[in-house]
Design a protein around this ligand. Structure first.
Ligand code: SF4
Length: 62
């Protein structure tokens, strides 16, 4: 399972980094990105929760 953040869509609200800090981190431009190649199995639920709660639907976890 991989997590991807659409850089053009992300508004840098930081919600995903709060919900799932093991996977998402804000970069220097204030946009979120995935810091892992593969989402660890024990983080899949929270990564999915971040996907579902992103206010602009910038996250894809699949
Ligand atoms: Fe960007 Fe969505 Fe994460 Fe907010 S929740 S930082 S808009 S990817």
């Amino acid at each position: 399972m991989k997590a991807n953040v659409d850089q053009d869509t992300c508004i840098g609200c930081g919600l995903c980094t709060s919900i799932c800090p093991a996977v998402f981190e804000l970069n220097d431009e204030g946009k979120s990105h995935s810091i892992v190649d593969e989402v660890p199995s024990n983080e899949e639920n929270s990564a999915k929760e971040a996907e579902g709660n992103c206010p602009v639907n910038a996250i894809t976890v699949e």
